[in-house]
Ligand binder design. Structure first.
Ligand code: SAM
Length: 289
């Protein structure tokens, strides 16, 4: 059996063979620990029926582990220099396709239709480029792709925010945005030493299980997210303060106060204490006004 790509020696060999230099601007920090990768693949629930979608395969460290366990793997990689390298490092696997596209611009739904069976269980697995973690995840969620779960290595601080519960330091509009679409959980914290080169920040593996239905019913999704954002606007201010500022000219203070009270929400509370259900009640009450 060939030596795994994700070892320090093999990684260095590959980089040297191709004279590859890391592009910091593309968030290139490659994984050099096979145990971590096997753990990620396990958490993702990849089996021989699964289709795996990877974002940013690099030189193929994770791609290889996915190819070994999944039915098929499709990997989006923006860096053209990596395409011939992946051709070489993944030559032993006939179930991998590399798509040389920017994930933020790609028509992911179309790529899915081209590469996977209709109704196949699909999972996104990636060690994401950290400079665009949130745009990538929000794109995947808002497009409502036919994906079962998303298991990603990201910056620890961002993972904590996405999975945060009310009344915690990390809780904010990003927690609501992500948890509206998914059940979010941090499944692993990962030391910097498993990357080459080592990043400046700590990392975690975040698991998102996509919901079939949103957890709350909102009259208007856009307005709901607008209210959430406004409520967290200035964290030290009350929700009444933040909201009346945001809705100035659209609804007067007395009416807003009445709406909040009708929705059973004390105007003196802070955004960070509100649950998703309370945000929904709040947004729906104001929307009707
Ligand atoms: N999966 C590899 C690993 O774990 O060793 C590499 C992970 S590295 C953190 C992130 C990868 O994403 C790099 O290969 C980088 O070139 C790629 N990347 C950066 N921006 C991208 C984008 N917009 N679309 C697709 N891939 C991107």
């Amino acid at each position: 059996k060939a030596k795994a790509i994700a070892t320090p020696t093999r990684t260095k060999e590959i980089l040297q063979k191709y004279g590859f230099s890391f592009k910091k601007s593309l968030g290139q920090n490659f994984l050099i620990d096979v145990n971590i990768l096997e753990n990620i693949v396990q958490h993702a629930g990849i089996d021989d029926q699964s289709g795996a979608i990877e974002i940013g395969p690099g030189i193929g460290a994770l791609t290889e582990q996915l190819a070994r366990h999944a039915d098929r793997v499709v990997a989006f990689e923006i860096d053209q220099r990596l395409v011939p390298i992946l051709d070489d490092t993944l030559a032993a696997y006939d179930n991998v396709s590399v798509v040389n596209q920017d994930i933020l611009k790609a028509d992911v739904r179309n790529v899915i239709e081209q590469h996977f069976e209709h109704g196949q269980s699909l999972k996104v697995v990636a060690n994401l480029p950290y400079y665009i973690t949130t745009p990538i995840l929000m794109k995947l969620l808002m497009e409502r792709l036919p994906v079962e779960n998303i298991t990603v290595m990201i910056q620890k601080e961002v993972a904590d925010r996405m999975a945060a519960e009310p009344n915690t330091k990390s809780y904010g509009s990003l927690s609501i945005a992500v948890q509206y679409y998914t059940e979010a959980k941090v499944v692993m914290n990962v030391p910097k030493t498993v990357f080459m080169p080592q990043p400046n920040v700590d990392s975690s593996v975040l698991q998102l299980k996509l919901r079939d239905e949103p957890p709350v019913i909102v009259e208007d999704e856009e307005f709901f997210f607008e209210v959430v954002q406004a409520t967290f606007g200035q964290r030290r201010k009350t929700l009444m303060n933040n909201l009346s500022r945001h809705l100035k000219g659209k609804i007067d203070k007395a009416e807003l106060r009445a709406k909040l009270e009708a929705a059973g929400i004390d105007p003196g509370r802070r955004g960070e204490s509100l649950s998703m259900e309370e945000f929904a009640a709040l947004a729906n009450a104001i929307y009707e006004a």
